[in-house]
Design a protein around this ligand. Structure first.
Ligand SMILES: C[S@@+](CC[C@H](N)C(=O)[O-])C[C@H]1O[C@@H](n2cnc3c(N)ncnc32)[C@H](O)[C@@H]1O
Length: 289
């Protein structure tokens, strides 16, 4: 399975304000959310974005399932406005973003996202040039420590950066497995979370410029939504959720949005039992005034 879509029902309940509208799925992935929405609302159309070649290939393979009601754009969603304008679309009825890495990306050992990977890549879009391997092997000890602290909230950031520089004296660090073993040598396991989780999160955020892309999407959304249109966004860690919450709150204060949910919408117990990756999902939604 490419990716199990999280909270598809909850998303469909908040997102589809017009059953004949045009919607953007900013993070198509394996197309689980798009397929669910197209199946449930027979008259909507979807413009799907994803910058990953795998997602594009998966879309192409399954294109006939979507009955020509979906268009795929292989593009960073930070360029959503310009990409839509290039296709003659200036406004849409709703935008969905399911931010982060898909299960397919995570589980594929050739992508470098998981601890067992035999490479250290972490690019979601292979047209980009910066990889985790380059960061680990070329950035200074201080820069590495700052990245681990800022984007991973890793409290052992300085010790880990020091251990990486020391190990690098013996040769290039080429794999996620090697990186994890360096981290484990200076940080013990606490609870269920792997000691390398925070460093891997930090690297992934920097390689893919995730927070800047999200900020761009948040800035563009009000200019693209029709009045009454909904922006629904699901995130998986506090750095992203904080940006989303703040943006929605400010825009609500300025009369641009009304908040659909004051508290985040989270998966129910059954969904978490069936799909442990859904546990940290937080869904927020706003309506364009
Ligand atoms: C969590 S998955 C989405 C899964 C999808 N909702 C489904 O049901 O299969 C996130 C997807 O967003 C894509 N993505 C992340 N950041 C992106 C960006 N800045 N521009 C375009 N796609 C992005 C990733 O490549 C990944 O395929």
């Amino acid at each position: 399975m490419y990716h199990i879509p999280i909270m598809p029902y909850e998303i469909s309940q908040v997102l589809i304000s017009n059953p004949n509208g045009i919607f953007v799925d900013a993070t198509f992935g394996g197309g689980g959310h798009s397929a669910y929405l197209l199946e449930k609302f027979k008259n909507i159309k979807i413009i799907a974005f994803d910058w990953d070649e795998d997602s594009f290939n998966n879309f192409s393979k399954n294109q006939n399932l979507f009955e020509n009601r979906i268009t795929f754009i292989r593009e960073n969603f930070k360029n959503i406005r310009i990409a839509l304008l290039a296709r003659g679309i200036s406004e849409v009825n709703g935008i969905l973003a399911d931010i982060g890495v898909s299960s397919k990306q995570f589980d594929d050992l050739k992508r470098g996202f998981s601890f067992n990977s035999d490479c250290l890549d972490m690019r979601m879009d292979n047209r980009n040039t910066l990889t985790a391997q380059e960061i680990i092997n070329t950035y200074s000890q201080e820069s590495l420590a700052d990245i681990f602290y800022k984007y991973g909230q890793e409290y052992r950031s300085r010790q880990i950066a020091k251990a990486i520089i020391k190990r690098k004296a013996r040769g290039i660090i080429n794999t996620a497995q090697e990186l994890r073993s360096i981290i484990v040598s200076v940080k013990r396991q606490e609870g269920k979370i792997d000691p390398a989780t925070k460093v891997f999160q930090a690297l992934r955020i920097v390689v893919n410029d995730e927070l800047a892309n999200l900020e761009n999407l948040l800035d563009c959304a009000p200019t693209l939504l029709k009045s009454g249109g909904v922006f629904a966004i699901m995130s998986f860690h506090s750095l992203e959720d904080r940006l989303i919450k703040q943006n929605f709150k400010n825009n609500a204060k300025n009369g641009i949005y009304s908040l659909i949910n004051r508290k985040v919408i989270s998966p129910n117990i059954d969904e978490i039992k069936n799909n442990s990756r859904s546990a940290s999902a937080k869904l927020r939604a706003v309506k364009r005034l």
